[in-house]
Design a protein around this ligand. Structure first.
Ligand SMILES: [Zn+2]
Length: 166
């Protein structure tokens, strides 16, 4: 039985005043997409293929266009600090986010993307930050920049039970 729980991280729903279609340019060029914060939808392939079925409020529903728009609002849509840190991570937006109890009883968060072999682990504490992100490549079994979190063995043991990695 896995200790990891899918994180239905609360982004507060956007009210009716956000019910308008906004056209955004694709960052990689070529495309134009329509973003609506009220319905929390985007017309980009990433959203349609991988995120649309997630419930509103699930962080995994955010494609980069939704994320950029939320961040541009300076909104208080985020429930807590960890949500904000995960949401703002330049390694996201993640499709799968998992929580598990960390070594000190703190929440350990794991972000995954289908197109990246690196896992993102968010662990409480670090150099002046509320959370530190560590990258781990499960295929190559190595930490990014040789930067290992405290209690790395505990965490690696736990990674064996992440659904879809194992
Ligand atoms: Zn999008």
């Amino acid at each position: 039985m896995s200790v990891w729980k899918p994180a239905l991280v609360n982004i507060s729903p956007f009210g009716d005043e956000y019910n308008r279609d906004v056209i955004v340019e694709s960052r990689t060029g070529g495309g134009r997409y329509t973003v609506n914060l009220y319905y929390y939808t985007c017309t980009c392939p990433d959203f349609i293929e991988r995120r649309a079925e997630r419930p509103v409020g699930d962080l995994g529903r955010s494609c980069k266009h939704l994320r950029d728009m939320v961040l541009s609002l300076d909104s208080d849509a985020f429930g807590d600090e960890l949500t904000r840190v995960i949401f703002k991570s330049p390694h996201g937006p993640y499709e799968r986010i998992w929580f598990a109890p960390g070594p000190d009883g703190e929440i350990l968060a794991l972000g995954m993307r289908h197109d990246k072999s690196w896992l993102s682990l968010f662990i409480r504490g670090g150099s002046g930050e509320p959370y530190t992100r560590y990258g781990y490549h499960s295929g190559e079994e190595r930490w990014a920049y040789d930067s290992r979190p405290p209690e790395a063995e505990y965490i690696l043991e736990m990674l064996n039970s992440v659904p879809g990695i194992g």
